[in-house]
Every structure is written in structure tokens, then in C-alpha cells.
Design a protein around this ligand. Structure first.
Ligand code: 13P
Length: 226
């Protein structure tokens, strides 16, 4: 069966109480749909401040959700004020997004620092989702998943065409040697199946559509059943 990875990226959104509300509503939807989600990987990439509470709720409610962070320090533990090291994350999250275009743009992260982040994440045993805007960007060999996210499609409501995303993703797979590549950029419950039904596309990375629990549950159902 084809692999399917759905990773919701909350970006810089939600307070503790908003995240608790999300879990409650998502749980209500999950109860009905749980069986269908077997063998699919659904991950929630949340702000650092929410990982602990989300982990507890996910375990308590036995939700079929993995947890990911959205960034990690390029350094280890130590005198790096404000940073969250990979070792601190391990135990709270299994996944981490590295190299999101928003990190590259607003925080001036370059290939060198991103390679250090990947190395630290892998040392700690985290699974890395590495974002690239096209098939020209270099990808560290040790990442687990690449996310193709064209910058112009992020948060604009204008997604790439499934056919073009499929061809860019095929090219990324060939050049990087990474076997799991997903698409992100204005993915919705309405268009998700057109992406995941393409040969080369192994899943999606929705941002805005993961913020609402009912919408996210609809997106997952649509990805699985068309
Ligand atoms: P949107 O789904 O809101 O376009 O965001 C995509 C994204 O950047 C996910 O990482």
C-alpha cells in the first residue's frame, strides 16, 4: 500500500487553552474515523510551548497522532539562550521540521546552519522533515522526509498543480536520493486527494488547514478516501 504522511504545521499559533480545545474537537471527529487511519502517519508540528500538553492529551485520549517540532537548535545543550536543543526535544516529539521557507526568510537560516540542525536532530534520534522551495536546493543526505513547498503557494490559497508538484517531487527524489517526499502549499480538504493520488507524492504538509480540528480531520479523511 502507498505510504501516506500528513503533517500539520501550526506555525506560530495557539495558546495552551486553544490547543486543548483543538484536541477535544479533533478527538470527537477521530472517534468516528479512527479505523480508516490505520497504517497512515498523521503528525502535528506544534510550537515548543505546546508539545508537553499535546503529548499528554494525545496519550490520554489515545489519538493516532505523532508530534513534531517546527525547529531545533543547531547547537547542543549549553549557553545558547533561547534555543531548544534536539536532546531537549527528544521525548516530547518524534519529528522536527527543518528549513521551512519562513525560517530561511525571517531568521536568515542558510544551508550551513540547516545542515547543523539536521545533524543535531539525527544525533538525538528525531525524524527530520526538510523543506525546500524547488528541486534546485541541496538536501542533507540524512533527512527522513523532504517537503516540497513552493514559496508562492504558502498561505496564498494558490496551490501548485498536482501534475507539476509530482514532477518536481520526482526530480527531488532522483537528485536527493530521499524516498519520501511530500507537498505543502495551500493544501485543503478539497484539493488534498489530487496531490496524494499522484505517483511520486507521499503526503502533504498543510499549514492553515491544520489549525481547525474539524477541517484537519476532513482533510485526513479526504486524503485517505478521495
Ligand atoms: P499553508 O497550507 O497555510 O499554505 O502553509 C503551508 C506550509 O507552509 C506548511 O509548512
Amino acid at each position: 500500500m502507498k505510504l501516506l504522511l500528513i503533517a500539520g504545521n501550526w506555525k506560530s499559533n495557539k495558546t495552551i487553552s486553544e490547543s486543548e480545545d483543538w484536541i477535544q474537537k479533533f478527538n470527537a471527529k477521530c472517534q468516528m474515523l479512527n479505523a480508516k487511519w490505520e497504517n497512515k502517519t498523521v503528525v502535528l508540528c506544534a510550537p515548543f510551548t505546546l508539545l508537553n500538553i499535546l503529548k499528554e492529551s494525545i496519550e490520554a485520549e489515545k489519538l493516532p497522532l505523532g508530534l513534531g517540532a517546527q525547529d531545533v537548535s543547531p547547537f547542543g545543550d549549553g549557553a545558547y539562550t533561547g534555543e531548544i536543543s534536539a536532546r531537549m526535544l527528544k521525548g516530547l516529539a518524534d519529528w522536527v521540521i527543518i528549513g521551512h521557507s519562513e525560517r530561511r526568510k525571517y531568521f536568515m537560516e542558510n544551508d550551513e546552519v540547516l545542515a547543523q540542525k539536521v545533524a543535531k536532530a539525527k544525533e538525538a534520534g528525531l525524524k527530520v522533515i526538510y523543506c525546500v522551495p524547488d528541486d534546485k536546493m541541496s538536501v542533507p543526505r540524512s533527512v527522513d522526509v523532504v517537503a516540497y513547498e513552493p514559496v508562492w503557494a504558502i498561505g496564498t490559497g494558490k496551490s501548485d498543480s498536482p501534475e507539476n508538484a509530482n514532477s518536481v517531487i520526482s526530480s527531488i527524489k532522483k537528485q536527493s536520493g530521499i524516498h519520501i517526499v511530500i507537498y505543502g502549499g495551500s493544501v485543503t480538504a478539497e484539493n488534498v486527494f489530487s496531490f496524494v493520488s499522484q505517483d511520486a507524492i507521499d503526503g502533504v504538509l498543510p499549514g492553515g488547514a491544520s489549525l481547525d480540528p474539524v477541517m484537519f480531520a476532513r482533510l485526513i479523511t479526504a486524503a485517505i478516501s478521495g
